[in-house]
Write a protein that binds this ligand. Sequence first.
Ligand SMILES: [Zn+2]
Length: 587
Amino acid sequence: MKGLICGAAVLVLLAACTPQPEQAALSVAQPADLAAQSQEFPRSIEVVAPGVWAAIGYGLANSLLIEGSDGLIVIDTMATLAEGRAVAAEFRKLSEKPLKAIIYTHNHADHVFGAQAFVDALSQAGVPVQVLAHDSTAEYVYRVASAYRPILSARSFRMFGTALDDAGFINNGLGPRLAIDADSEFGFIAPNQTFAEGLTTTIAGVELELVHAPGETADQIFVWLPQTRTLAVGDNLYKAFPNLYTIRGTPYRSPKAWAASIDKMRALPVEHIAPSHTRPLHGAERVQTVLTNYRDAIRYVHDQTVRWTNAGLTPDEIVERVTLPPHLASEPYLQPFYGTPRWSVRSVFAGNLGWFDGNPAQLDPLPPAEEAARIVQLAGGVEALKQQLDTALSAGEEQWALQLSDWLLRVEPEDAAVRQQRVTALTRLGERATNPNARHYYLMSALELRDGRRLKPVSAGTPEMLRSIPMESIMTALATNLRAEDSLQMNRKVVIRFPDIEQAWTLWVRRGVLETIPAAHDDPEIDVTVDSVVWKQMLSRQISPAVTIAKDMQFTQGGAVSFSRFMLLFRPVREAPEPAPFAAQGL
Ligand SMILES: [Zn+2]
C-alpha cells in the first residue's frame, strides 16, 4: 500500500477526511489486459520452495510463511486484522508449530497492520515473538499523523479506486482491493529487533539474511534464505513497472538507490523470488533475467531523463523522448500495471532539479483564473470555447477536452454542461487506461464531480494505535493547521499537560506561526491538563472538541471558553480535499 497508503497508510488524524468506501455505479469498459493481470493474484496459498509459502490475493499484499525446525516465521502481515486472521488461519493448516518471528519488509500499511492477528493465532505461551525490521520502519509507520495526511488520504482513495463498484474496479495492478475502510481494525506491533545495514541470524533453524535495500521506500529490506535459495524482495520487485513515483504523492524515490538494491539481489544465487505483491518467480536463469531487466529499466528511465535534462529540455518534453526500448517494453515484469515510465521521468526531473522546469515563462505565471479568462477571451468567448470542447469530445480527444474544461470551469465553475462534459472526458480516459492508478484517479474524479460528493471522514486509529503515536508527530501536524490569517496580531502561550505520559507542551502562537515546545512555559495564558489519548482523539475528531474541553480538561490557568476559542485557530480548512481545478475555490 503502498502510504495511505502502500504508502497506503490511511489512518487519518487531525481532522483529515477521506472518501468513504461506499461504492457507486459508473458504467465503464474493462481493458482486457488489466483484467488479465488479475491472474497474478488469485486467492491462493502457493508453495514458493520447500517450507516456504505465499498467501496471495487475501489483500493488496502477500504474506509469506516459513516453517523451521521448531517454529514459524511470517514475512509481512496484511493490511488489517481481518485480513491477517484469514491468512493466519490458512497458515495454521500448514503447520502447528509456534510463531517465532515476524519480519516487515517495509512500513506500508498493507504489510504491517495485521501483525497482531498472526501473533494471536500462531504464537504459543512462553515462546517469544521477535519482530524484525529496518530501524527506521516504526518511525515511518508513526508518520500516519503527518501533516500531509488529509491530502494523501484523499489522493490514495482516488488512486486505489475505493468508491468504485465492481463494474468500475478491475484490480489494483499489484493485487485486489485495498481493504482499509472506516471499519478496519489495525494491529501494528512495533519491531523489537532492528538493524541499519543488515542482520544475519538463524530462527527456528532457518538461516536468514536481512539486507537494507532502499527502493520503493527508504526502509525497504530484502530477506535471503540461503538454505532454499529463496529471496523475499518486499516491494522492490513485482510483476509490473516499478512505482518510481506514486500519484498519491511521495517524497523522491531514488531510482539509483532502487537499482543498486536490485544489484545486491543479482549477486545472490537465487532460485525462487517471493515478492510481496504478485506471484512467485522460479528458475535461476529467469530470475537473473528479470532482475537485470528490472534494474535496467529503472536505470534507463533515470539515466536518459538526466541526459535530456542536461540538454535543457523541460519535463513535458522529456516525457515524449524517454520510452523503454523494445526488449524492456516487452518484458512481462515491466508492463505499466503499477508505475509508468512517463510519471517516473517527471519524478526524476523534480527530484533532482525541483519544481522549476527552466522556462522563464513558468517562473511566475499568471494566476490560473486570470489565465483562463484570457484564454476564453482569446477563443472568442465562453460559447466559442464550449464549442471547441464539444468538437474535442466528438473527435475522441479526451485529454484536450479535459484541458479545455479546466479553463472553462475556472471561469464558470457551476456550468452544468461543461461539468458533464468533463465527467465524460474523465470517464473515457479512465475506461481506456490500462494503468489502474490512472484509471482509478480519472474515474474517482468523475464520480466526485458528477455526484458533487463531499467525502466523509474515516475514523482515526484505535486508542491503542493513537497511544503509540509520538506526541511530537501530533504537535508538528498541529502547526500546519494554524489559521495564520486569524492569528497575525496574536501572541499567546498555552501549556498542555499530559500526566499519563509525563509530558507537558507549550503551544506558542506568534503572529501567524505556531511554535511547539516540549516543555511547560512559565507564564502561560492557559494551563490545561488532559489525558494524551483524549487529546489525540479530540484532534482526530473521534470525540467532540466542545464536550472534551468541558468535561475532560482541568484548567489551572484560563478556562474552557478561552481554550475553545484558541482551538478554533486549528479548525480544518475543508472537510475533504477536492481534485483540481475545484480545490482552490470557495475556501
Ligand atoms: Zn506493498
